[in-house]
Design a protein around this ligand. Structure first.
Ligand code: PMP
Length: 408
């Protein structure tokens, strides 16, 4: 059963004042043929990988009377080996999705009386976890092209002296990657921790441009990653970070004992042992992404450069109408990001063809000019600048649908 939005909680429930009235994060979970709304990898584990996962689970099944390895040492070693860059197990930490990693970082380095700075539009869980941990969130703005000029970032840091700075690269929902020079400049100026959320790093056009290269030079830098995207393992909930060994040590204070189940650890290790197989999907998805960018631009739409497995496009005067019309044709995308823009995940060639066919119909509906062009014309008549609006709410519920509780 889905829960109603937190805003509709009954008045007798003594929820914290700072949480009251907020709406839970969530994307609609709707069972339609083409699901391109949560940046999942569309390729399920192959039968061989599924068998390896099954064997790994069977191997721990008979030991589940015992708690798991509390420190997930073997898994952290495997993750360090995957990341390379000379990283060792004690520099890596793992948890139930990178959302939990981010929560633990907030718990250890944020909290009441502390401040976190992010540059939006960006991943909407960062401010929500700030809220949940009592950390003050400061919303800095990205540049008009969704990038981040170092001067701009440094000015915000000098103004706010944040305890945590969040940089998402490639950024969700825009797809924009930050140059390592920007991250290094931020590390030089930030008085506290710098968290680079690299959930989509494997999809970058230049995957070598990762903040991992900066770890030896930036002591308070943390790079977060996930197995949900490139490894196609969203259902297993495995996220991780790389940092100075002092960071995992600090997180021991806030993690719950035995937070990562024996089953999760076994599944993650089985997938890492056959990593080349899920990772082979990355090249195909990058290609789908690049084709999608070109196709959307060919339709006269504005499209943000993307280094992720999704594309942000617009601008629409009524993006909800476009989203709904696509859904009516069995294609679910995401209504998120700046006003007027929509986000679509790169899927299989068949899913991309279905998306293109549906969008063509929607754009041409009524035989008139494309909705985007029509609305751009209308916007310029009104004298407004399309796309310059403030970030959208990060979620929009389908009318009549309950708030979903997934965090993606
Ligand atoms: N960071 C970013 C930028 C994301 O987009 C997501 C998921 N959508 C996450 C972190 C969390 O992913 P997970 O908890 O599945 O690792």
């Amino acid at each position: 059963m889905s829960s109603p939005p937190a805003g509709s909680l009954p008045p007798w429930l003594p929820i914290r004042e700072d949480l009251a009235g907020h709406t839970a994060y969530g994307a609609p979970q709707i069972d339609v043929p083409v699901q391109l709304n949560t940046n999942e990898n569309p390729y399920p584990p192959s039968p061989a990988l599924a068998q390896a996962i099954t064997r790994a689970v069977a191997a721990v099944a008979g030991t589940l009377n015992r708690y798991p390895d509390r420190d997930a040492v073997a898994l952290r070693g495997d993750l360090a080996a995957y990341l390379g860059h000379g990283l060792a197990a004690d520099q890596v930490w793992a948890a139930n999705g990178s959302n939990e990693i981010i929560q633990q970082l907030f718990q250890a380095f944020g909290g009441p009386g502390r401040t976190a700075l992010g540059f939006e539009p960006s991943y909407s869980m960062h401010p929500l976890i700030a809220l949940a941990t009592g950390t003050r969130w400061i919303s800095g703005a990205r540049d008009a092209d969704f990038g981040l000029e170092p001067d701009h970032a440094l000015a915000a840091i000098r103004e706010h002296h944040p305890d945590l700075v969040f940089l998402t690269s490639p950024n969700n929902p825009t797809g924009t990657a930050l140059a390592p020079e920007v991250i290094e400049a931020v590390c030089g100026a930030a008085p506290g921790m710098v968290i680079v959320d690299e959930a989509y790093a494997e999809f970058a056009r230049d995957p070598s441009a990762t903040a991992l290269t900066l770890l030896p030079r930036c002591r308070r830098l943390v790079v977060t990653r996930t197995m949900s995207k490139a490894f196609a393992l969203a259902g297993a909930r495995v996220g991780y970070l790389a940092a100075d060994p002092a960071v995992p040590q600090a997180l021991l204070l806030v993690r719950l004992p035995y937070h990562l189940s024996a089953v999760t650890q076994a599944v993650a290790r089985a997938v890492l042992a056959l990593a080349s197989e899920p990772l082979a999907t990355v090249a195909a998805l990058r290609e789908q992404r690049d084709d999608l960018v070109a196709w959307l631009r060919g339709r006269g739409l504005r499209v943000a450069d993307s280094d992720a497995n999704f594309v942000l496009f617009g601008e629409f005067g009524d993006r909800h109408a476009v989203w709904q019309a696509l859904l009516d044709r069995g294609v679910l995308i995401r209504e998120t990001g700046p006003a007027g823009w929509l986000r679509v995940t790169a899927g299989t060639p068949a899913e991309m063809a279905a998306f293109r066919d549906a969008l063509d119909v929607v754009l041409a509906r009524g035989g008139g000019p494309p909705i985007a062009a029509r609305h751009r014309a209308a916007a310029s008549r009104r004298g407004s600048t399309p796309g310059a609006g403030s970030p959208g709410p990060g979620e929009t519920l389908v009318p009549g649908q309950p708030a979903a509780e997934v965090h993606r």
